[in-house]
Design a protein around this ligand. Structure first.
Ligand SMILES: O=C(O)[C@H](O)COP(=O)(O)O
Length: 207
């Protein structure tokens, strides 16, 4: 029986995570802590005895750098890798580059929470989680899932909200349930899928 392995990893801490700035499609690199988190994620995958046939990442440096560091730890630096902006972070629009605490002071706690965690309310000029799902899901279904179902062990390094969108589908979460789902930086989530693409098992390697 083939493994149908799919591992999702949010990038390590970025410079803008550290500064508490809305990031979205802006392109800061990892901090020292983010580099350590990415290496640690690779070590955790190796400790589980996992290796991969293909990798996918976004068009953004912090996810690509995280993938590179993980692959170095696993000893798979030459792994075939596809980069695509379908896996990019949710576009934060006009909020990009603003400090999250300053935004709360300006627009209020509740409004900022709606922009960050509601399912279908986009931030001004940006994408809601629903909008993010509308580009991430077709890419997953067309470009990633067929390989997983053929037994290609697959690693994805991407972003909090592009991965939350995929997790919503994989775990069949409602818009209410996905609101409360947070993804820690550098914490691999290891899925094994059934032949019908539903989740057979999930192991969260956070902590
Ligand atoms: O793009 C960002 O600012 C973060 O990476 C994710 O932001 P969030 O925690 O507000 O979803």
């Amino acid at each position: 029986m083939s493994d149908r392995l799919l591992v999702l990893v949010r990038h390590g801490q970025s410079e803008w995570n550290l500064k508490n700035l809305f990031t979205g499609w802006k392109d800061p690199d990892l901090t020292e802590q983010g580099i350590a988190e990415a290496k640690d994620a690779g070590r955790k995958l190796k400790a589980q005895g996992l290796s991969f046939d293909v990798a996918f990442t976004s068009d953004l440096t912090r996810a690509q750098h995280t993938l590179k560091l993980m692959l170095e730890q696993i000893g798979q630096t030459g792994l075939p890798t596809t980069k695509n902006l379908a896996l990019n972070e949710r576009d934060y629009g006009d909020l990009s580059g603003l400090n999250k605490d300053d935004a709360r002071k300006k627009w209020g706690e509740d409004q900022v929470l709606v922009w960050r965690r509601s399912y279908d309310v986009p931030p001004p000029g940006g994408e809601s989680l629903k909008d993010t799902l509308a580009r991430t899901l077709p890419y997953y279904v067309q470009e990633i899932l067929p390989g997983v179902l053929r037994g290609q062990r697959t690693l994805i390094a991407a972003h909090g909200n592009s991965l939350r969108a995929l997790i919503m589908v994989l775990e069949k979460l409602t818009p209410e349930q996905i609101l409360k789902r947070e993804l820690a930086t550098g914490a691999p989530v290891v899925y094994r899928l059934n032949a019908d693409s539903t989740v057979a098992s999930k192991v969260d390697l956070a902590g």
